[in-house]
Structures are given as structure tokens and as C-alpha cells.
Design a protein. Structure first.
Length: 81
């Protein structure tokens, strides 16, 4: 479908032409790279990257456990209920 027609010509009531044109420009910027974010989420290997972080970190997981390093660089894991 023609992106210009969909976003600008067929815009919702109340959306100005200027706003629709800006939305169109934002939309076409990612045409050949629209899969980058999805790919990054599923291929990122934190186990390889996290050791490169030099400051203390705290990571909250979906299971409500907290994993991180204390100020001495020691790994710590604390379960929270």
C-alpha cells in the first residue's frame, strides 16, 4: 500500500497535514531496517556483554529476583517476594 496515501492523504480527522507529513518521514526512515530492533532483542547475548560493564549493576528479572554485582564486584542474587 502506498505509505504517503495511508499516512498523509488518509489521515485521521484532527491530524494536521504538517503532523501527518512528520509521521510519514519517521515511518519511511526505518523501511529497510524495521527488523533491527526485533533482531537485537532475540540475538543479544548479555552473558558476553555484561562482564564489560565496570560500574555496579542491578538487574530485575520477571521472576522478581534481583541479580547484580555489589560495590566490591561480587555477584549477588536476592529473591524478592
Amino acid at each position: 500500500m502506498n505509505r504517503w496515501y495511508l499516512i498523509v492523504i488518509n489521515r485521521s480527522e484532527g491530524v494536521s497535514l504538517e503532523r501527518a507529513a512528520k509521521i510519514f518521514l519517521e515511518d519511511i526512515h526505518s523501511l529497510d531496517k524495521s527488523w533491527y530492533a526485533y533482531n537485537a532483542v532475540w540475538t543479544y547475548v548479555p552473558e558476553e556483554r555484561f562482564p564489560l560493564i565496570k560500574q555496579p549493576v542491578l538487574i530485575s528479572t520477571a521472576s522478581r529476583n534481583v541479580v547484580g554485582k555489589d560495590t566490591n564486584g561480587q555477584k549477588r542474587s536476592t529473591a524478592r517476594c
